[in-house]
Design a protein around this ligand. Structure first.
Ligand code: SF4
Length: 267
């Protein structure tokens, strides 16, 4: 009898412990009002995000189509004959115009047509050729350094991967993207230069921030097979129409979806 009483006592104690366990309580009870509201809010936020992405994708399609009509067959405006010459021209085009780089290209590539020749260049002579494009001392060092690395590590050829290209002197992700797309037809990303960044922000394709953030936004909105050409189209549009200071908004085919204040003023 005493034994039975003892057993009952133990089982009552167990069930009390079970009831008091917060985990079990949460499992049994329905979600509180606050928890429901929170999950509803989460659904709303995720829907708003999907609508925003869908709207941006639609906008990107419209922009892509309009730019394709304007520039059906866009070309890089740098003069070059080989991937090596393109790489060097791209390095030299930092903080200057393609036109200026083209103006010294015949002298430069006439004297140093490949990596082997440029690797042996006399720095003083090289600087004199580069003088008209600005930053000629740093650029001379950079292109000769790059040529030496190409000879040492890649048999004088331009590597075809982002990882190898960005190890070269004066080559960052933007330049590497241009070389990969233009010389080899490889789409690893979208080069974001000053024109691409400006146009993409005005057209609401990216909220801006870092260059990498903008590149990722554009990559998300553009089919991979269009990356290289759409980059060139954005560059041409930014260079000749959607200018930084006084964009030519009158008659612009993208004006209706443009967020720039200049576009509203022209309406
Ligand atoms: S409307 Fe003006 S600012 Fe907008 S994309 Fe066209 S040229 Fe650029």
């Amino acid at each position: 009898m005493a034994e039975a009483k003892e057993k009952k006592k133990k089982s009552t104690a167990k069930s009390t412990t079970r009831e008091r366990s917060p985990k079990r309580k949460a499992e049994r009870e329905p979600p509180t009002k606050g928890a429901e509201a929170e999950s509803f809010e989460r659904v709303l936020v995720s829907r708003r995000v999907s609508y925003a992405v869908a709207a941006r994708t639609e906008r990107a399609h419209a922009v892509g189509a309009a730019l394709e009509r304007l520039y059906p067959d866009p070309r890089c405006e740098l003069d070059y004959e080989t991937p090596f010459q393109l790489l060097i021209a791209v390095i030299l085009s930092a903080q200057t115009t393609d036109k200026r780089v083209n103006s010294i290209a015949p002298a430069l590539f006439g004297r140093y047509p490949d990596a082997v020749a440029l690797a042996k260049a006399n720095l003083f002579e090289l600087r004199e050729i580069l003088r008209p494009i600005g930053f000629f001392r740093a650029k001379a060092r950079a292109i000769r350094g790059t040529a030496r690395l190409l000879v040492k590590k890649h048999g004088g050829e331009v590597p075809r991967t982002m990882g190898e290209l960005v190890k070269l002197q004066g080559v960052a992700r933007k330049s590497a993207n241009v070389v990969l797309g233009e010389a080899f037809g490889i789409a690893d990303g979208i080069a974001v230069d000053t024109h691409v960044a400006r146009v993409a922000q005005r057209l609401g394709l990216t909220k801006g921030g870092t260059v990498r953030r903008m590149e990722l936004d554009l990559m998300e909105l553009t089919p991979r097979e269009r990356w290289a050409k759409d980059h060139l189209r954005l560059v041409l549009f930014g260079r000749y129409r959607c200018l930084a200071r006084s964009p030519l908004c009158e008659g612009c085919p993208l004006r209706s979806g443009c967020l720039a204040p200049e576009a509203s003023a022209a309406r």
